[in-house]
Design a protein around this ligand. Sequence first.
Ligand code: FES
Ligand SMILES: [Fe+2]
Length: 384
Amino acid sequence: MSKLIHPAARPDLDIAQFASPEQIAAVRRPLNQAALLPASFYAHPDSHALDVEKLFMRHWLPVARTSELPEPGSYFTREMFGEPILLTRDEQGQIHAFNNVCRHRNRVIAEGHGQCKGTLTCPYHGWSYGLDGSLKGTPFMEAAENFDKLEYHLPRLGLDIWQGFIFINFDVDAPLLSPQLKTLDQVLEPLKMSEMACLDFDRYQAPWNWKATLDNFTEAYHQPTIHAGIDPLVPGRGAIYDDVDGPYNLFWIPNAPGTSFQPVLPEMENAISGGLVVVNVFPLFHLLIDPSAIMWLDWEIRGVNDHDLIWRMMVPPESTQVENFEAKKQELYGYVKQVWDEDVFACVGVAKGASSRFTTQGRLCPQEKSLYQLHNWLVDQYER
Ligand code: FES
Ligand SMILES: [Fe+2]
């Protein structure tokens, strides 16, 4: 099947429109000499289109948990960057990812999520599709000549399942994600994330660039100044930034025993020995792991200075049964909200500063090693 040229595609965008070769080279200098990603990548009116072209249309994006397709016949839909996505679980239990657009007159086929009996039917003229994406029913098409249903399969998206998360890739030729995360698997394995329950936690609208949010969650350097209240308990200066061998980064904050002030869930405490672990899988999969829960930061990114951050909480299924779980969740919410409000204060100021025409390229602190890894990955992708 031949793809149409997308009217919003921006093949013209080039890294040179956002930064000089010297500025890019400065990002790539050794850690102790490096500069940060220039502000134009956060504020230029075309920076969102650049991110869509170079990052989101080419790399692995977390879409759902496997538990959101609980049994054969389950379907789940979502839109990312204007692209309607359909996930299904077929009769054999296998998960599929498709472009959720009818092969007749392009109506979106399924909406929301739910359970079907083997086929999904487009509500416009009634074409129906199997859970494997094959076209099944085509009302009144008997008289159509040279029409072969086999040629009207739903377009597949790249699909990979890792740690209980369903990732899709709009680039179907991209190499699979999970083989690139084998070292990270060793860190995460004791947590048994694929068995965890995933609960809605909160959603925040953020009127600044999504990368400012990601940067903010990617280093502990800002903790003593922005989060002076929590820093003595979880000291940011003690953060350990790992070397990595794939499209991810992580850092640890060892936590003094007994100082955890969130509601602790025993299984989690055993798994990470009272520490705090922050993980990014580039470009936008983010986990904040502490002894009370894992926070999965999910995103809806709409424009240069417009995104929602969707916080989802993951815990071992047994933990949801502990006494006062809801009260513990609320206690954690109170803590997270306070920290988030402090981060908002930082990010609102960044949005203002990054759009100033007098802004110069910032200098990285060696304590921001995770940012160094992220920004180098970003310039590699922007240059491709
Ligand atoms: S657009 Fe789907 S059946 Fe016509
Ligand atoms: Fe913060």
